[in-house]
Design a protein around this ligand. Structure first.
Ligand code: ADP
Length: 191
């Protein structure tokens, strides 16, 4: 199974992706995690991305597309994968279509986690204040990340609607209930 999770920062993509990974035995490809690992390892890409991430802006499409293109060739992706944080722009989504077509594979579903953005802001602020926050969890960066989501990433909703692969789940439920809704949405897809 090959999935894309769509949703604004704080929607719970990472949490749900971790659950889906266990359930379906497929790889979890979080571009945010990959960039943070590259940064920690001080690779050239990681060092260049660091500043961009701290501002809450997007790393250039070409960089992200190359990272994903390499990553889906890894053996752990043979059984399928969940993309969490990619694509984040229309050019990334178009590049993904091409990458998949080149490998003669396709997405099974794009699942949008639908959340209330005001409540979302509270959630991320809480995460920041709990001390577990990341460098990009600062309040001013958060605002920018939400704005970047609205302008750059939200257009993907219509993109995938017109490609007929979009499923929506209510992200304002408990983690367990979101997971159950996710399962249901994917069962519908499988039939
Ligand atoms: P979020 O908490 O918003 O889901 P992520 O952990 O997915 O954040 O990503 C953190 C940061 O990494 C983003 O704000 C962005 O700077 C960068 N990033 C991650 N994925 C992408 C992508 N597909 N395109 C561009 N930048 C990305």
């Amino acid at each position: 199974m090959r999935l894309v999770l769509l949703g604004p920062p704080g929607a719970g993509k990472g949490t749900q992706a971790a659950l889906l990974t266990e359930r379906y035995r497929i790889a979890h490809l979080s571009t945010g995690d990959m960039l943070r690992a590259a940064r920690a390892a001080k690779t050239p890409v990681g060092l260049r991305a660091a500043e961009i991430m701290d501002r809450g802006d997007l790393v250039p499409d070409a960089v992200m597309i190359e990272i994903i293109s390499d990553r889906i060739n890894e053996p752990d992706c043979a059984n399928g994968f969940i993309l969490d944080g990619f694509p984040r722009t229309i050019p990334q989504a178009e590049a993904l279509e091409q990458l998949l077509a080149d490998r003669e594979i396709a997405l099974d579903a794009v699942v949008r986690i639908v959340v209330d953005e005001a409540i979302l802001l509270d959630r991320i602020v809480m995460r920041a204040e709990s001390g577990e926050g990341r460098a990009d969890d600062k309040a001013e960066t958060l605002k920018n990340r939400l704005e970047v989501y609205r302008t750059q990433t939200a257009p993907l909703i219509d993109f995938y609607k017109s490609h007929g692969t979009l499923r929506e789940v209510d992200g304002m439920q408990s983690i367990e209930d979101v997971a159950a809704s996710m399962d249901e949405a994917l069962r519908v897809e499988a039939t």
